[in-house]
Design a protein around this ligand. Structure first.
Ligand code: C5P
Length: 230
């Protein structure tokens, strides 16, 4: 196994594209590199679980980023359907509460899948937390929800790389930290504001780096993936 394959195993490429054909073509170009693929709401709405099976045939591990948030029974039953597919990692909003998370993680673990929590969306800036009744700082709320997720046996959380350090301290070395907002020096920021390079994000304690446009919009996505570490 090459070094580059091992490093790519920490990269989750976000397939934020608007057609099934574009998604498949990107997957074919990235096949064999070692990276994961992330399927979000848009692509899932377009193509459902069938596309996931195609990605599995190409050898990928898949993070299904649907951020489920509903009553415990509904989420648990949905998890049973999703975990019967080829996905490897799924997520729920921690704000759905302990019981919803605990029942979901039981289903996921029985099926050998990982379950990740979403704490505070990084789009929630300024006055948005107080507006929904949260008067603590973002960091306090992120740590509170991450600890609740850990108590409910989730495998980790999605967080900005900025929060990775404190989460690593508070939740220990085994807890998975999945961090978007990753930009190598050579790449534009797009609409991301607080970004870290892949190397700095790993130093801060990230377990997996979610990278979208620097790879998916590149003329040669495979080359861009390899250049993440330059
Ligand atoms: O193209 P880019 O690298 O910015 O894509 C980042 C991916 O991570 C997108 O799928 C985006 O929805 C997701 N994400 C994010 N920030 C969060 C949570 C998820 O950018 N806080």
């Amino acid at each position: 196994m090459t070094d580059s394959f091992n490093r790519n195993e920490k990269v989750i490429v976000a397939l934020d594209v608007d057609t099934k054909e574009k998604a498949l073509s990107l997957a074919q170009e990235l096949a064999g590199s070692g990276c994961w693929l992330k399927v979000g709401l848009e692509l899932y709405a377009l193509s459902g679980l069938s596309l996931i099976e195609e990605f599995k045939k190409l050898g990928f591990q898949i993070f299904l980023d649907l951020k489920l948030h509903d009553i415990p029974t509904t989420v648990e039953k949905t998890m049973r359907v999703l975990t019967a597919s080829g996905v490897d990692m799924i997520n729920v909003h921690c704000g759905g509460g302990y019981e919803m998370m605990a029942r979901s993680s039981e289903v996921c673990h029985r099926a050998g899948k990982k379950l990740i929590g979403v704490t505070v969306l990084t789009s929630m800036g300024g006055q948005e937390l107080p507006a929904i009744g949260v008067n603590d700082s973002t960091d306090e709320q992120v740590v509170r929800l991450a600890k609740l997720a850990q108590k409910a046996a989730l495998d980790g959380v999605v967080s900005s790389a900025r929060e990775a350090k404190i989460l690593r301290q508070e939740c220990g070395p085994e807890f998975l930290l999945i961090t978007p907002g990753i930009r190598p020096e050579w790449s534009g920021k797009n609409d991301q504001v607080r970004v870290l390079t892949p190397e700095k994000a790993l130093e801060a304690g990230s377990s997996y780096l979610v990278v979208g446009r620097p790879v998916t919009l590149a003329e040669n996505p495979r080359e861009a993936l390899e250049k993440l570490w330059d």
